[in-house]
Design a protein. Structure first.
Length: 217
């Protein structure tokens, strides 16, 4: 029997839903808006993704959720939806850290350089992770105030994510390439979530909370 996982990404302005079967993407529905459309669109996208894959919701083996950091409101909407589905269908909940998922997307086009995934944390601050081409973590997840020399010891770097615009203006004349079209997507969760499913790496649905890193302001 196939392992069918529903993947939800709501940590940024992107509202994204993907479906996978045995670790392979079979459907995706997503959109990005400055208005944060998650509350209005997430359930609709789930229905549309299931219809696109010709699957019923009862076929789901698990739900994976982008667990943050990111937008407080977006994360709460995603986690609440995931929990509701897991409770109702009696299936496991899988956590995929948002920046790990984003790194997975960045790896597709960048196989040799260090990867810097960044999410906007307002003002001159970003949430960031750095991995090398082998998937080894060079800098753990943290919220950092950035300046002209931040992360220079990891160059050359490929930078991507919605924290990129502020950095592109700040980091001139450095050995950094900017991939402006790489954003958070539920598609980045597929392989990570499938691996966790096979390992039985599930979260307690009742007690699970997102990773905020910073207090709400």
């Amino acid at each position: 029997m196939s392992v069918v996982i529903l993947h939800l990404e709501t940590a940024t302005k992107v509202c994204s839903v993907a479906l996978s079967s045995d670790g392979k993407l079979v459907a995706c529905k997503e959109s990005s808006s400055d208005s944060f459309i998650h509350a209005e669109s997430l359930t609709l996208f789930i229905i549309e993704a299931l219809a696109s894959a010709n699957l019923k919701i009862e076929a789901l083996s698990a739900v994976s959720i982008s667990s943050g950091p990111g937008s407080y409101t977006g994360l709460r909407i995603g986690v609440s939806t995931a929990k509701g589905l897991c409770f109702g269908l009696q299936i496991p909940l899988i956590e995929v850290p948002t920046l790990d998922s984003l790194i997975e997307i960045g790896k597709i086009r960048n196989r040799t350089k260090n990867l810097l995934a960044v999410i906007d944390a307002r003002r001159m601050e970003v949430y960031s992770v750095i991995q090398n081409s082998k998937g080894e973590v060079l800098k753990d997840l943290s919220a950092d105030i950035v300046d002209e020399t931040s992360y220079s010891n990891f160059e050359p770097l490929v930078c991507f994510g919605d924290g990129l615009p502020k950095l592109k203006e700040l980091w001139v004349n450095r050995t950094i390439s900017f991939e402006e079209d790489i954003h958070c997507s539920a598609k980045g969760q597929v392989l990570l979530a499938y691996s966790k499913f096979l390992a039985g790496d599930f979260k307690d649905v009742s007690n699970f909370t997102p990773t905020y890193l910073k207090e709400f302001q």
